[in-house]
Design a protein around this ligand. Sequence first.
Ligand SMILES: [Zn+2]
Length: 84
Amino acid sequence: MATITMRHVRDGEVPRDGGTAIQDDPDRPVFRGNGPDDYVCVECGNLLAASMDGTYMTKKVRVRCGRCSTVNVAITDESARPRL
Ligand SMILES: [Zn+2]
């Protein structure tokens, strides 16, 4: 089990075909899966997605933190991102 800090969404990189999950309850993660990693807010460290599989947490998965309202994205492999 690892804890992965998500990162900010940069201007212009939000794809049109995705949605942003809103965390209603700061004490309850938006997603809960069966993978090895927990994902936390880049600003306040709040738990946003628990026990997730890294292959699921792509650029399309965005979560707005219920505690600080920061929109987080879960890309961890920057090198895989094509240059535009
Ligand atoms: Zn936060």
